[in-house]
Design a protein around this ligand. Structure first.
Ligand SMILES: Cc1cc2nc3c(=O)[nH]c(=O)nc-3n(C[C@H](O)[C@H](O)[C@H](O)COP(=O)(O)OP(=O)(O)OC[C@H]3O[C@@H](n4cnc5c(N)ncnc54)[C@H](O)[C@@H]3O)c2cc1C
Length: 447
């Protein structure tokens, strides 16, 4: 049995590792990007000089041979699903018995005039990192980043580390406000401005203007007609599944490659997972396309289990995620929509320093906890996972927020403040736990 895996990212690699664990099948792990699996999330640290590329590889180079996983560095040009054959860009072919497609995402481009000029780029691949290095070798007086979000803020931080002034063009009225509620999005706005970035909100890119050498020299803002001179344009308006190369085949595709909860596509012996996959019937409370690291890892494992005859469904549990906006860490558990749903209520607390906040959403009728966003405060994942699975009430959450704290310093200073604000805003009467009560609760949870 030969398993071919397209994509050596976290999904493809996890899949290969687990197939090896469960079987002696022949495995070929293919990628056009790099010889070895590396952590895409650490790209920024390479540019900023905190890590070398070698340090971002989760496995040593000898790991693959030792585990009998064959690596192939090549771009797959197309797939003959009927003949079970991969055709590579250089003309060679590879036959498979089962195929895993884990080909990731690509940065969005919305057909802007000038989007393919020199000096215009996204931030996704190792090649993008190399290009950024090249693009910032000459003097950059200003860079413009188009699109706010988690990759945009990383690119801004990277450029900031090289003292390159940055203007952000963000379509939404507040930073990442298609995901974050207003309180958090405004907190992020302020933090970005505080770092000296020129944040322009509610504006769209009209076009990127070229110089006589076909290189970006300015951007034009749609709403105001303003021309902003710049030598680098970063396009970070989100990512979408990297599926264009798979169109016009028998593979069912919508926004991503359609899969069921076993990660099976519509074609027998072909599986897909990670950023490129779209669930036709997603798990309750989860989106059809999930483009984060841990979900790729989980999905890679599910594929391996199914290939090896251990029928398994994708069951990731309640949604969670974490990220960083410059100096402020962000965590989310459960589902906090940017706009409150009709049946929901919110408790929002923000520290006077404007760098920490808690946003809790719950059902109005039975006070069931729905989700929480925290900025500048760390909470324990395992407890919130349990609270959500057990459908606890918001009062239970607030009573035990103290126990969920990851950063004892925070609670030393803010626990009383948060609970008092909660009581005042929602009419509850929560009391802080005594030290003894807290200890008893934690030991109960650990069982
Ligand atoms: C800058 C950045 C920062 C991020 N930070 C975070 C974070 O902090 N936390 C988080 O959870 N997520 C983060 N993400 C998202 C996370 O990295 C992705 O969700 C995850 O890496 C997707 O893994 P994957 O295996 O599905 O796809 P990928 O990692 O994209 O791997 C797919 C691989 O397939 C290769 N490939 C594609 N097509 C072909 C072909 N035709 N032939 C051969 N090879 C092909 C690609 O080149 C690539 O190497 C970040 C993403 C970026 C870009």
């Amino acid at each position: 049995m030969h398993i071919a895996i397209i994509g050596n990212g976290v999904t493809g690699t996890t899949c290969a590792r687990f197939i090896r664990k469960f079987s002696n099948y022949k495995i070929t792990l293919i990628s056009g990007e790099t010889d070895h699996f590396f952590s895409r999330t650490a790209l920024m640290y390479i540019y900023m000089g905190h890590m070398r590329y070698e340090d971002t590889k989760p496995y040593e180079d000898w790991f693959w041979k030792k585990n009998n996983i064959e690596l192939k560095r090549a771009w797959v040009k197309n797939i003959d699903f009927a003949g079970k054959t991969l055709h590579f860009e250089k003309g060679d072919i590879l036959n498979y018995d089962k195929l895993v497609i884990a080909c990731g995402s690509k940065p969005n481009k919305f057909g802007w005039k000038g989007q393919d000029l020199k000096g215009v780029q996204g931030l996704y691949s190792y090649q993008d990192l190399e290009l950024l290095e090249k693009n910032t070798q000459t003097k950059i007086n200003r860079a413009v980043i188009v699109g706010g979000g988690l990759i945009g803020i990383e690119l801004a931080e990277m450029l900031h580390s090289r003292h390159i002034p940055v203007t952000f063009l963000v379509r939404e009225p507040n930073y990442w406000s298609n995901v974050l509620p207003e309180g958090e999005a405004k907190l992020v706005n302020n933090h970005i401005k505080e770092h000296g970035f020129d944040l322009r909100l509610s504006v769209n890119l009209d076009e990127i203007v070229a110089d006589e050498n076909g290189r970006a020299k300015a951007v034009k803002v749609k709403e105001t007609g303003e021309i902003i001179e710049c030598q680098l344009v970063g396009l970070t308006a989100g990512v979408s599944p990297n599926i264009n190369w798979l169109k016009n085949t028998d593979l069912a595709i919508q926004r991503g490659i359609m899969v069921n909860l076993h990660q099976e596509t519509n074609i027998a012996d072909v599986y897909a997972g990670g950023d490129c996959a779209q669930f036709n019937d997603p798990v309750e409370g989860r989106r059809p396309i999930e483009q984060v690291w841990y979900t790729g890892k989980m999905q890679g494992k599910v594929i391996a289990e199914n290939i090896c005859g251990r029928k398994t469904q994708y069951d990731p549990g309640p949604w969670f995620n974490s990220a960083k906006f410059l100096d402020i860490e962000y965590q989310t558990y459960g589902v906090v929509f940017p706009n409150l749903q009709e049946e929901q209520q919110r408790f929002y607390w923000e520290h006077e320093d404007g760098k920490k906040c808690v946003d809790v959403v719950f059902q109005k009728d039975n006070r069931q906890f729905v989700g929480i966003n925290v900025f500048g405060i760390r909470l324990r994942h395992e407890l919130f996972d349990k609270f959500l699975r057990e459908k606890k009430s918001v009062d239970y959450i607030m009573e035990n927020l103290q126990a969920a704290a990851f950063d004892p310093e925070f609670f030393k200073y803010h626990e009383q403040e948060i609970i008092s604000a909660f009581n005042q805003q929602t009419g509850a009467n929560i009391q802080l736990k005594s030290k003894k009560g807290l200890k008893a609760f934690l030991s109960l949870m650990r069982r």
